[in-house]
Design a protein around this ligand. Sequence first.
Ligand code: AMP
Length: 226
Amino acid sequence: MNILIFGPNGSGKGTQGAIIQDKYNIAHIESGAIFRQNIGGGTELGKKAKEYIDRGDLVPDDITIPMILDRLKEDDCKKGWLLDGFPRNKVQAETLAKALSDENIKLDYVIEIVLPRDVAKIRITGRRLCENDNNHPNHIAFDAIKPVEKDGELVCRVCGGKLSVRADDQDDEAIDKRHDIYYDENTGTMAAVNYFKGLGGDTRVISVDGSPSIGEVTDAILKELK
Ligand code: AMP
């Protein structure tokens, strides 16, 4: 099963993505997480990407597109994949659609988590990153994924690992810029969503309201995934 998942920063896209990849045992490919790993590891790619990420800008397409298309060729993707954070603009959407069609790879589902911009913004600042595993979502405002306290410190609710905050999640300008890009229907991420909605064929588009609880959003998605 091959899936694209869309949603503004703060919509719970990563949380739902982790649940879906676990249930269907497919590869969870998060473009933002790949960049953060490269920044942490001090690689050339990480060095190039950092300045864009800190500002909330998109990393240029000539870096991002080959990085993701190469990642999709890795062995673990043969069992299916969930792509999260890519495509982020119309050019990426068109390039991905062409690459899949050239390789005869079917895109089964496009999931869109719909959330108003003001709600998404409030949610961003409370999320915490598990340093051991990117698929361990933690958020200080949601009981279902609240970090736990250990020795007076908040740690990952799944593995007890150290938690960190993303610098771009605490920077008001960077948050606004990321949302400007997401909600832009001309060339931004909503243009990519609409591109896939208009493609037709046998890709199914699932749009769910991201405002209820995590469990309710999961149920709404899983009910549509066959
Ligand atoms: P995310 O973890 O999805 O919020 O991504 C964090 C940051 O990584 C974004 O604000 C961008 O700077 C960069 N990034 C992630 N995915 C993409 C993409 N598809 N195209 C360009 N930049 C991206």
